[in-house]
Design a protein around this ligand. Structure first.
Ligand SMILES: [Zn+2]
Length: 343
């Protein structure tokens, strides 16, 4: 019976299992580490370093930057060196379910690994003295997928971070791709070059919960810009909080689409088959006051200039992707990159 189990069956049996034992941070949340982090990241929000500013913002004192979450659980250099040495000596330090999953995939040829994305949710701000532990559960293992890097499977772990009282302070979904080296787009390129392939689709935007509204708006041919609900400041590209007042509250503003070219580049190389070249890419200053990067159609590199008045049109590239494409103000919105090329 066991012999008839497919790789999928064997892998799916691990879903829901603990990936390994709970790990406790070597040190509690502390101000020196916070200061190293904010200096390395250049994030000078005073609530991370100035007790008075933190209290004024409604916190009990300085808080740790939420994105430092993983730093509080790092195993440290010595543990890493010892684990590497044990692996080299052929005596793996653990045989946890996550190690067994890796072994199954390695044996099946999925020997390469790349971290693809992580999604963190914070229950409360962390303050100095909090001492975190983390537990990890194998959340899902995908079927076989063809990716640009190669044929592989996505593994997602769900991590729960708890404080010294056992209360949940944050969760994280962490995803990796285990893939077969040499089976990706690069390996297939020579064969594809022999016969002209259909024109590939434009690259997909990396959608997040912060930027999805922009692309949904584009599908409806609306140019949507984030506006801070607290202070009215516009921001683009989309991000969670306002740089002016730190508020997380925002609403979409439909921009008129009128603006001027603030700066532009003409892209010649490298050439991606989904685009036409030379490709004019502009930083457009909208009349509402914020800027965004977009293609400009209906002009040539010679006629494009800084300060040029432009207007947004929309191009439906395929069923899933519509984007604003600017054109000289007063020119028909339908002017496309193809027309530019033949001008
Ligand atoms: Zn604001």
């Amino acid at each position: 019976m066991t012999d008839t189990l497919t790789l999928d069956d064997k892998l799916q049996a691990f879903v829901g299992q603990s990936a390994g034992p709970a790990t406790k941070g070597h040190h509690p949340v502390n101000e020196p580490m916070i200061e190293h982090w904010v200096e390395a990241m250049g994030d000078y929000n005073p609530v991370y370093v100035d007790d008075q500013a933190a209290r004024a913002a409604g916190f009990p004192g300085v808080i740790a930057p939420p994105t430092m979450l993983q730093a509080w659980i790092m195993r440290g250099l010595r543990t890493s060196i010892e684990a590497d040495a044990a692996r080299e000596a052929g005596t793996p330090s653990t045989t946890e379910p996550s190690d067994q999953v890796m072994e199954l995939l390695n044996e099946a040829g999925f020997t390469s690994v790349v971290a693809t994305n992580c999604d963190q949710h914070y229950e409360r701000p962390l303050v100095p003295g909090d001492h975190l532990s983390v537990t990890s559960v194998i959340d899902s293992i995908s079927g076989e997928k063809q990716t640009g890097l190669g044929t592989g499977r996505f593994l997602t772990n769900r991590l729960e971070y708890r404080d010294q009282h056992g209360d949940l302070v944050a969760t994280m979904l962490f995803r990796i791709l285990k893939f077969k080296p040499g089976t990706g787009a690069a390996a297939k390129a020579p064969a594809a070059a022999e016969q002209p392939a259909p024109r590939p689709l434009r690259p997909r935007p990396a959608l997040t919960q912060d930027n999805a509204f922009f692309f949904e708006g584009a599908k409806q041919h609306k140019l949507l810009i984030q506006r801070c609900s607290a202070c009215g400041t516009l921001r683009h590209p989309p991000r969670p909080s306002c740089a002016a007042c730190r508020s997380f509250e925002w609403e979409p503003l439909e921009a008129s689409g009128r603006g001027t070219i603030f700066s532009f580049v003409v892209n010649h190389y490298p050439q991606v088959p989904a685009f036409d070249y030379p490709l004019v890419v502009a930083l457009v200053e909208l009349e509402e006051g914020t800027r965004l990067v977009a293609n400009v159609a209906g002009i040539t590199p010679e006629t494009a200039h800084i300060g040029m008045a432009v207007e947004a049109g929309f191009e439906d590239f395929d069923d899933d992707l519509s984007l604003p494409v600017f054109h000289p103000a007063g020119a028909p919105a339908g002017a496309t990159a193809d027309e530019t090329r033949t001008n």
